[in-house]
Design a protein. Structure first.
Length: 222
């Protein structure tokens, strides 16, 4: 009976299936394996050329051309007014020197006023081209303009019209020069200012405190 039961149990159990065993692939050389690995990788991106942006040349439009033309006209008119004002103020300054000395350098004495004025004006022009301040040059320019105006007024008759006429050439030259400098600053865009380091650190401090929950080093909690 036991033998019959064992034979019946063996008949119920299905025979094991003969599955196909995986066949090992053919051996490959290291070079072929490297080629296959590199083929599966994504394509490389082109390396950036640099942080600077390539600026494309823009064609001058009508507004820009008109702006440059106006700036050129302002420069020409201001130069003409300055030269004419210097010629008018030359005689009063020469008379001031002639009344004090009788040397042969009297005709050249007005250069002591117009020379520093011209040097300060050129310094202001150079600073304006480089987008920098020229506080000392402006002080020299204003000082010698005041000298020329005062000496011209001293030689004029003592009435309001004569005083205004004597002071007008120096004042007109100074006003025209200021407008020319203004035109230079308008044609050149201002430079970008970089924030100082201590401001950047103070801006990063709240983010560090919010991330860690603790105040940054060097600061006491309030």
């Amino acid at each position: 009976m036991l033998q019959d039961a064992m034979e019946e149990q063996q008949a119920r159990i299905p025979a094991a299936r003969h599955e196909d065993q995986p066949v090992d692939p053919a051996p490959r050389t290291p070079r072929e394996a490297l080629v296959e690995i590199t083929a599966e990788l994504p394509p490389l991106k082109a390396a950036p050329r640099g942080h600077r942006k390539v600026r494309t040349r823009q064609r001058p439009d009508g507004l820009r051309i008109a702006s440059y033309c106006i700036a050129a006209m302002v420069t020409v008119i201001a130069s003409a007014v300055s030269i004419f004002g210097g010629l008018i103020a030359y005689d009063p300054l020469r008379l001031v020197a002639a009344s004090r000395t009788q040397s042969g350098s009297v005709p050249w004495w007005p250069l002591l006023v117009f020379g520093p004025w011209l040097v300060a004006a050129l310094s202001v022009f150079r600073s304006a081209l480089h987008q920098r301040r020229a506080f000392h040059s402006w002080c020299v320019l204003l000082l010698f303009s005041a000298f020329a105006m005062t000496l011209c007024v001293a030689q004029a008759p003592k009435n309001v019209i004569a005083t205004a006429a004597a002071a007008l050439p120096s004042f007109a030259s100074l006003a025209c020069f200021q407008q020319v400098v203004r035109q230079i600053t308008l044609t050149r865009p201002p430079r970008r200012r970089t924030l100082p380091r201590h401001r950047v650190k103070s801006a990063e401090a709240p983010t560090e405190e919010a991330a860690t929950g603790q105040p940054p080093r060097g600061r006491r909690p309030v």
